[in-house]
Design a binder for this molecule. Structure first.
Ligand SMILES: N=c1c2ncn([C@@H]3O[C@H](COP(=O)(O)OP(=O)(O)OP(=O)(O)O)[C@@H](O)[C@H]3O)c2ncn1[C@@H]1O[C@H](COP(=O)(O)O)[C@@H](O)[C@H]1O
Length: 105
């Protein structure tokens, strides 16, 4: 199985663990606002790495961001497949056209 779907399953399986034994469970115990804040922090760290860090730093921060994004999606009961389907829907459409469609919505 691909890495992200596998990680999504691991995250779902760890949600109910004892917070002392699992980082995923400890995040869930802190609630959605804390999870969302963590995504924001990791996004900022990824941006800083992209602007000033080494390639390894960019890889590490991107991995942290993707992981925390999956935790947040799970907390909102949104599947990775649902997000992938949205990206598939956009495939072949121009980004400019998508931007215009969003303005009209
Ligand atoms: N991919 C990850 C992963 N990436 C990053 N992290 C954790 O994310 C945290 C983010 O680190 P920071 O430096 O921002 O800060 P921190 O001070 O440790 O965290 P906070 O207390 O601020 O939340 C670190 O503790 C990392 O260990 C991860 N923790 C878990 N996973 C995956 O999730 C699985 C389940 O993990 P557990 O829930 O711990 O069993 C693991 O097997 C991995 O596959």
């Amino acid at each position: 199985m691909d890495t992200l779907p596998r990680l999504e399953q691991t995250i779902a399986a760890r949600r109910g663990a004892a917070p002392g034994t699992s980082y995923v469970a400890s995040l869930h115990a802190r609630g959605l606002p804390a999870i969302a804040q963590k995504v924001g922090e990791e996004a900022t760290e990824a941006v800083i790495a992209a602007l000033t860090g080494s390639r390894e730093a960019v890889v590490g921060e991107a991995a942290d961001l993707l992981f925390h994004l999956l935790v947040m999606l799970g907390a909102r009961d949104v599947s990775l497949a649902h997000v992938m389907a949205e990206l598939d829907r956009r495939e072949g459409t121009s980004g400019i056209a998508e931007k215009a469609a969003r303005k009209d919505a």
